[in-house]
Write a protein of this length. Structure first.
Length: 441
């Protein structure tokens, strides 16, 4: 054997040995995702995600948790480089009190014009620690940095504004007559919150010392601005009841401070960060991870104080036929149109997300199953009336959906999604282009 060939052979053998012994999952594929080499750890991480029990294609294996992957690779034009780095994928919701939500990190590197290398890592515990760190950083950021324009609002135990000051007028344009005695939802656009959500944030402030959220706020003239709202209890003593009706004669009751900051000037940077971490790359709506995080928060609130909570799962009908007949680019256009129609059909407070390739989910706080079915039917009618024009073709499409509601028999998000998926299967078997509601067998 030629000495050069021997050296190359030894290097290849060393590389293969490294891949098999590496402390992370490594998989080598072609640009179509076909796996040519995978170490045992990558197989261990990927096999539970495979729908058909096979591990031949990376895109297929990860389609349920990373539907954008094929699109990201196709959109990456350099001959080599980082396609995505440390993309966090939500694998499961976990079971409260028993297991944490399972998370996996994916880094995808384009080696050359024909090959990819995927690096996979279980980051469940790391993400849990990072989430706590982000909460602490948000608190310190709100207190110590960049407060140039803010409204300081005092709330009673039920979240009603009990005093007015000039800072409220400066930021929001409201006068005393418009806000005093009103719930602090007066500072939010219509359908951006619910009465249950208002009390939830007071509960969380009482239990954790603070509650922080960011989103659209409303001025007196109806215009919107990007705002950050922090609620903190002004008084906290042993035995203080949580927000709710106060016993007669209890003058020493808890109250709150609401700080609203106008962060419109930081909106561009904030939106870039949100799109990077919280939004689906193709459609712009919430991604799978954001949906799971929001759902876990709602389920935690439900366990503390049960109230209506519903989930709608939707699946584009015969979507493979759209891709086969018109191409993947046309299929992407259909998914974008579907996402936009769903967003327009549901409330701002509802969480509309893409959770799989052609699979979407909508979480509806403070909504019973019958009401969720009604709004899902309206969304179905809106979708049925639409079509997508692409490359000279007129593409009509439809969806099937399943509705399930939270109750005492549901152990967690996975169980709730299973119920909604069972209802979705009923809708498909009944002929598709319809919504079904889960019922006990």
């Amino acid at each position: 054997m030629d000495p050069v060939e021997a050296d190359v052979g030894e290097e290849l053998e060393a590389l293969i040995q490294f891949m098999y012994l590496a402390p992370v999952g490594l998989a080598q594929t072609d640009l179509d995702g076909e796996i040519s080499m995978a170490n045992p750890l990558s197989a261990q991480l990927l096999m539970p995600l495979s729908r058909n029990g096979e591990l031949t294609n990376l895109y297929t294996a990860l389609e349920g948790v990373a539907p954008d992957l094929r699109h990201l690779v196709a959109a990456f034009k350099p001959e080599s480089g980082m396609v995505c780095q440390a993309m966090q994928l939500q694998i499961s919701a976990g079971v409260r009190g028993k297991s944490d939500p399972k998370m996996m990190s994916l880094t995808l590197i384009k080696l050359d014009a024909t090959q990819l290398m995927a690096v996979l890592t279980d980051v469940t515990q790391q993400v849990k620690r990072e989430r706590l760190l982000r909460q602490n950083e948000a608190w310190f950021h709100a207190v110590f940095t960049g407060i140039t324009d803010y409204a300081l609002v005092r709330l009673d135990r039920l979240g009603r504004v009990d005093a007015w000051n000039e800072s409220i007028g400066r930021v929001t344009g409201f006068d005393a007559a418009a806000v005093v005695g009103q719930p602090y939802s007066v500072f939010y656009p219509d359908e951006a919150t619910t009465p249950d959500r208002l009390l939830d944030r007071l509960h969380e402030a009482t239990e954790n010392g603070w509650s922080l959220d960011e989103g659209w706020r409303s001025r007196a003239d109806g215009t919107r601005y990007r705002g950050s709202a922090l609620i903190s209890p002004l008084q906290e003593r042993p035995g203080t009841p949580l927000p709710g009706p106060s016993p007669a004669g209890d003058d020493d009751e808890i109250s709150y401070c609401l700080v609203i900051r106008d962060i419109t000037d930081k909106r561009e940077a904030s939106e870039r960060m949100r799109l990077t971490h919280a939004s689906d790359h193709l459609t712009g709506i919430a991604n799978r991870r954001t949906f799971f995080e929001a759902a876990e928060i709602e389920l935690t609130r439900w366990r503390r104080q049960p109230r209506p909570l519903s989930l709608v799962l939707l699946d584009a009908d015969h979507f493979k036929a759209v891709n086969d007949q018109h191409g993947h680019a046309a299929g992407d256009a259909v998914l974008r149109d579907l996402a936009a129609t769903l967003t327009a059909s549901f409330r701002d407070v509802d969480v509309v997300a893409r959770v799989g390739g052609e699979e979407f989910a909508v979480l509806l706080p403070s909504t019973a199953a019958a009401a969720a079915l009604a709004v899902a039917d309206r969304a179905l009618a809106a979708i049925s009336a639409r079509h997508v024009e692409f490359d000279g073709a007129r593409i009509a499409y439809s969806v099937s959906g399943g509705v399930a509601a939270m109750d005492e028999g549901v152990t967690g998000l996975d169980a709730l999604m299973k119920r909604a998926d069972e209802a979705l299967c009923v809708a498909k078997k009944a002929g598709r282009n319809r919504i079904a509601i889960w019922e006990p067998r």
